[in-house]
Write a protein that binds this ligand. Structure first.
Ligand code: BYC
Length: 325
């Protein structure tokens, strides 16, 4: 006689290594490069970490645009330090991705060939000094909301890289807030410039969290693996909650007339995000996509001699060590 148990799908037997991986995840422990991991976990981490690294590297461009035109020596020194921090973040993240078996060259090739994604936010122009304030306040603010939970990502090298990155992002966010605060306490033209920058960066900063949860193909699995700890929409809501009191202190208006707390839902009501714009930017058709990639390609070509010199130095050092041995 056939019983219901006979009809149930047969669960494939887990290997010892798979069991150990699942146990580590369940216990909230860290997976390290030496540990066995499912191929899909490894690939998904390479995907996310390399996209994140590319974002940091491309993210230097919109702000570097203002280094030569910063309004004072102090502002220039701060902005240069911030842009250098972004380069450092890119390097920690490329190193974390390399522990998963992909080379730096492969990742760079994917980026300059236009095959790799990087954050949509860096495909918008920075026409005024107030954009430096809005990027710091909104873009770095969104980055903190999204990245603090990543300090607890299940993959050790990623989580550890995120700890230092988040400390630096907090400083970045404060410096952006302070630029806007100073502008908002200035002349009517300065206040208008600050509000205009907030109007232009607000919606793209909400898009940084990714598509809505019901259109996010990677979220469920990434959350089950404890790479992501919160969904895209949860983090977007948390970000809005952080912005509202800060906008009051600044005296700027967030450009969404429908924005208000909904007690019943326990969430903010808001206007619809223009997801068509998001998809256009992801498809390479945002306001500055081609300019960003073109600049990255040129910088890569111009840096060829540095890579060659470093490789030659390493070869000579290795030869000298071999001779001593
Ligand atoms: N832009 O299933 P989903 C910074 C892609 S650096 C472009 O929800 P996931 C800073 C997504 O990759 C900021 N693409 O994906 C630097 C996926 O594509 P694939 C960068 C996006 O991974 C310098 C598809 O859409 N931060 O702050 O579960 C100066 C479906 O999405 C975007 C990070 O990278 C986007 N906005 O969640 C100043 C943080 N959103 O790969 C500041 C780390 C989604 O399937 N990354 N996509 O082809 C993450 O937390 C997650 O990867 C995301 C997306 C929340 C971004």
């Amino acid at each position: 006689m056939t019983t219901p148990a006979d009809l149930a799908p047969v669960e494939p037997e887990l290997s010892e290594a798979e069991k150990q991986f699942n146990d580590l995840i369940a216990a909230d422990s860290r997976i390290e490069p030496r540990d066995w991991m499912p191929e899909s976990y490894r690939k998904s981490l390479i995907r996310q970490i390399s996209q994140h690294a590319h974002s940091e590297i491309i993210g230097m461009q919109p702000e570097a645009n203002w280094i030569t035109r910063a309004p004072s020596l102090k502002r220039k020194a701060i902005l240069m330090a911030k842009v250098q921090d972004e380069a450092g973040h890119g390097l920690y993240l490329y190193s974390a991705a390399q522990t998963l078996g992909i080379s730096r060259e492969e990742m760079t090739d994917q980026l300059i060939a236009g095959k790799a994604k990087y954050s949509s936010i860096f495909n918008y122009p920075t026409p005024t000094w107030a954009d430096m304030g809005a990027i710091g306040w909104l873009v770095d603010g969104a980055a903190i909301c999204n990245q603090v939970p990543l300090c607890r990502a299940s993959y050790g090298p990623y989580g550890r890289a995120m700890v230092r990155i988040c400390k630096e992002e907090s400083f970045h966010q404060r410096q952006g807030f302070e630029i806007l605060l100073e502008l908002m306490q200035g002349t009517p033209a300065q206040r208008e410039m600050a509000q205009d920058a907030v109007n232009r960066w607000y919606w793209p900063s909400l898009m940084m969290f990714g598509p809505p949860d019901d259109e996010s193909p990677n979220s469920a699995q990434s959350m089950a693996w404890k790479i992501k700890r919160f969904s895209n929409d949860e983090l977007r809501q948390r970000f809005i909650g952080m912005l509202i009191p800060q906008a009051e202190v600044l005296g700027v208006t967030l450009p969404d007339p429908k924005l208000r707390w909904n007690e019943e839902k326990g969430a903010y009501d808001m206007s619809d995000i223009d997801w068509d714009e998001f998809h256009e930017v992801l498809a390479g058709r945002g306001p500055t996509n081609s300019q960003r990639l073109q600049r990255r390609r040129e910088a890569h070509e111009e840096g060829a001699w540095v890579r060659e010199a470093a490789a030659e130095y390493a070869r000579k050092q290795a030869a000298a060590r071999a001779e001593v041995a």
